[in-house]
Design a protein around this ligand. Structure first.
Ligand code: NDP
Length: 330
């Protein structure tokens, strides 16, 4: 695959420019572009520039409000809501995460309901931002139905990702961030784009048969949850936390009203816990992390991203020429 090296500044400028040209105001464009930069910086290619054409499609179809002005409202002493005003999630998170941090410090535990947002990014940035403030964080969001239930054939769950972050003294937090599908949709799309097969566990074709063809999964088939019924149970939990718990849509409901592909308006649930207020001590995790890492072949979740983070600000990131052409055409 032919690629071109871009600096992170170039990535962010490109993203902000394209988003502005398609109806985002400066604040919304900057929030989304910064999130794409972070994805490219950490080697989360499936949520970097690769998603720019999808963002433009959502703006053009007027699914997303490029001028969103999210509003913050307390719901209870330890619960708050940010109404996303139909915008992309990074803008609403910029409003909600600082307020959630403050509330979690005051109350010990605090939850944030993000409503009427399109979450088209990885979840680790918001979980990490909370853990950088010394909090333990859990974040999850649902998306239109792409994933079959255990034993089912038709897509009923979104790829429903969930992230968990743990603060570490003097270093970046430990964060895992994973779809409850065996493979993130972006990865299936990337494999289709690059003509690569996917593992047989990734999905089924329109007849319900396991397939390694990403196009068969994307066109009429369904993705599969990771780990069979166990992953399906996580997908169900995410659907409920990011949907009915917040007065928001389930994956099925989001899919039913979709006028254009990709993620739709919906909710995000974020929980923040202050270890000091739970009688705990986050630094005690260090002994466990060391014990895990003492075994050959073991790494902590997030270590791949952090290694990329050390490299890309100097080396830049390789962006596929085909993607740059597609973005140019926008
Ligand atoms: P991966 O399967 O690539 O990785 C899941 C997690 O496992 C990561 O934290 C990863 O860390 C960690 N990990 C991977 N290999 C190992 C290992 N050998 N040892 C320890 N930890 C490991 O992620 P997914 O494909 O499931 O999801 C990709 C992204 O897609 C996520 O960021 C998710 O938020 C996003 N997504 C967003 C959606 C949305 O609607 N907004 C929908 C679905 C997914 P590391 O990164 O360091 O490899």
């Amino acid at each position: 695959m032919e690629t071109v090296l871009k600096t992170l500044d170039e990535v962010e400028e490109l993203a902000a420019g394209v988003l502005s040209a398609h109806g985002c105001d400066a604040e919304n464009a900057a929030s989304v572009a910064a999130t794409m930069r972070a994805a490219e910086r950490d080697g989360s290619a499936s949520h970097g520039l690769f998603r720019l054409p999808g963002h433009v499609a959502l703006l053009k179809a007027k699914v997303v409000n490029g001028h969103a002005k999210p509003t913050l409202e307390p719901l209870a002493p330890s619960a708050l809501r940010v109404r996303g005003d139909d915008g992309f999630a990074p803008r609403a998170l910029a409003v909600g995460v600082p307020a959630l941090t403050e509330m979690a410090r005051a109350q010990g535990v605090a939850a944030l309901a993000l409503t009427r947002v399109v979450h088209y990014a990885a979840l680790w940035p918001e979980a990490e931002a909370l853990a950088e403030q010394g909090l333990v964080a859990i974040a999850c969001t649902s998306s239109p139905p792409y994933v079959a239930a255990a034993g089912g054939r038709r897509p009923v769950f979104g790829t429903n990702p969930m992230a968990f972050a743990w603060p570490r003294p003097g270093r970046a937090p430990m964060v895992w961030d994973q779809a409850s599908a065996a493979m993130a949709r972006g990865e299936v799309m990337l494999h289709a784009r690059e003509g690569h097969a996917v593992p047989e566990t990734a999905g089924i074709d329109a007849d319900g048969r396991p397939t390694t063809d990403p196009n068969a999964i994307l066109k009429g088939g369904a993705q599969l949850p990771f780990g069979g019924y166990k992953g399906a149970a996580i997908a169900l939990m995410v659907d409920l936390l990011a949907g009915p718990l917040l007065g928001e849509v389930t994956s099925l409901e989001a899919g039913a009203s979709a006028s254009v592909g990709g993620p739709q308006l919906g909710g995000q649930f974020v929980l923040a816990i202050d270890p000091a207020k739970m009688g705990g001590d986050a630094t005690r995790a260090e002994a466990l992390f060391s014990a895990l890492l003492a075994e050959e072949g073991v790494r902590l979740p997030g270590d791949r991203r952090l290694a990329n983070r050390g490299r890309t600000p100097v080396e830049g990131v390789a962006v596929p020429v085909s993607l740059l052409r597609e973005i140019d055409a926008l």
